[in-house]
Design a protein around this ligand. Structure first.
Ligand code: UGA
Length: 441
């Protein structure tokens, strides 16, 4: 099927390449000329495992192209909209400027019967607001939220846990047009539906809310365990053993119970804030008032990591060399948007520490935003003469491959702060280190 994808960021670029990899003819469109130039050459403009391969393959096959010209959308049957919905400057609500601009930009190029499929994460009510504009061109709007995780984006796009289609409804059920559009989306995604991926057809509001509630739930799970970590810290309990124990209950589950410096990135933080803002607008602010607490717990963990480092260094970080391992908001990503890792590094620098930061993928992005920090590609150089080591992104390079003996041969001090509870405390202690975890004795 001929498809267009408007917006070629983390979501759109992966979606475009993934759709080409399952056999569709895809044009990716973005206003950012640098990004389009890179993608057109088959170069991934950001770090995402597996993306490079499907980009190269798609372009070589002739099924995948990129352009800044919206007119290229003409002739596609389905137009995906995957532009960003960042937090508004000066508020909690989502900034929908890019979604509106993408839909309006598409309008002149839509033909009768086309489908515009929104993938961006939007406040509930957005699809209903945009649908008449699309209908004015004889096309139909569906909302088809995306659940991909950075670092696993290719796999999550080709083989998702579920697909959700919010379609036009009548008397609480999909209208005839809703059924038709759902069928077209089934054809788009047939390789994964054939493998058994659930395909849920619903109304606009439910589809929009599925996405924000999934992210709100994940954020809540992380802050829940981090709240328990705070209690563990004053009682001498170990939050990781506790998480293992409660995680054995299938109703709870161990995943996303990783206590540490908390969640960041371009999604969870801004999505819970946008959800709160939208609930307020709907007169139901109190229903999700707990999300403010989830946010507050999350941000407190960054303070705690700074506090632990200060404690580890005997009360002051001033003029101490701190080796910060990690800048990305999580491993397998070069994304530093709202990164707890980078935030902790910046705060330590603000307190007068001599911060040297390393990361396998995110140094370039971090340097652009925070040129005041010292960056080092090489892990050994980062560790050399450090008074303290702090791990803030759990890359395998630090978690698995860094031997505490080797680190001890390079660093000056013997204190390690494990901001992600990803190191083996016994192994580090055996190598002479004083180990500080998050919510661990
Ligand atoms: C998140 C969701 O997981 C995806 O399902 C969703 O599609 C995506 O947002 C989105 O809305 O686009 P992502 O932002 O890539 O995906 O990252 P996650 O894997 O969810 O991690 C988010 C943050 O939580 C990271 O900073 C991670 O370090 C942190 N985290 C995760 C923890 O602190 N503890 C955990 O146990 C798990």
């Amino acid at each position: 099927m001929r498809l267009s994808v408007v917006g070629c960021g983390y979501l759109g670029a992966v979606h475009a390449a993934a759709m080409a990899s399952i056999g569709h003819d895809v044009v990716g469109i973005d206003v950012d000329e640098r990004k389009i130039a890179a993608l057109s050459k088959g170069e991934a403009p950001f770090f995402e495992p597996g993306l490079q391969e499907i980009l190269t393959e798609g372009i070589a096959s002739g099924r995948l192209s990129f352009t800044t010209d919206m007119a290229a959308a003409q002739g596609a049957k389905v137009h995906f909209v995957g532009v960003g919905t960042p937090q508004q400057a000066g508020g909690y609500a989502a900034d929908l400027t890019y979604v509106d601009a993408a839909v309006d930009g598409l309008l002149p190029y839509l033909s009768e019967g086309d489908i515009v499929a929104g993938k961006s994460t939007v406040p509930v009510g957005t699809a209903a607001r945009l649908a008449p504009r699309v209908a004015g061109r004889g096309a139909t709007l569906v909302w088809n939220p995306e659940f991909l995780r950075e670092g696993w984006a290719v796999q999550d796009t080709i083989d998702p846990d579920r697909l959700v289609a919010g379609v036009p409804t009548e008397n609480g059920a999909p209208s005839a047009e809703g059924e038709r559009t759902a069928q077209v989306l089934r054809e788009v995604y047939h390789p994964s539906i054939d493998k058994g991926t659930p395909f849920i057809v619903t109304d606009y509001a439910t589809a929009e809310l599925v996405k924000v509630s999934a992210n709100a739930f994940l954020a809540t799970k992380i802050s829940f365990i981090n709240a328990i970590a705070e209690i563990a810290e004053v009682t001498g309990a170990d939050v990781t053993t506790l998480a293992d124990a409660i995680g054995h209950d299938a109703r709870i589950g161990r995943r996303f119970l990783g206590a540490g410096i908390g969640f960041g990135g371009g999604c969870l933080p801004k999505d819970i804030r946008a959800f709160s803002a939208r609930a307020e607008e709907l007169g139901r602010g109190e229903s999700v008032a707990f999300l403010r607490e989830i946010d507050a717990i999350n941000l407190r963990r960054r303070d705690r990591a700074v506090e632990l480092t200060t404690e580890a260094l005997g009360g002051s970080v001033f003029e101490k060399k701190v080796a910060v391992l990690g800048a990305a908001f999580k491993p397998h990503s070069d994304d530093i948007r709202d990164s707890p890792a980078l935030d902790v590094a910046v705060r330590l620098h603000g307190l007068g520490a001599r911060v040297t930061l390393t990361d396998p993928a995110a140094i370039e992005n971090a340097r652009r935003i925070h040129p005041q920090l010292t960056y080092e590609e090489d892990l050994d150089t980062t560790l050399r003469d450090a008074d303290a080591v702090i791990v803030v992104t759990e890359w395998d390079e630090y978690r698995r491959n860094l031997s505490p003996e080797h680190a001890a041969s390079l660093a000056r001090g013997r204190v390690v702060v494990d901001g992600r509870n990803c190191l083996d405390p016994a192994a580090w202690r055996a190598a002479g280190w004083t180990y500080f975890g998050m919510g661990r004795p």
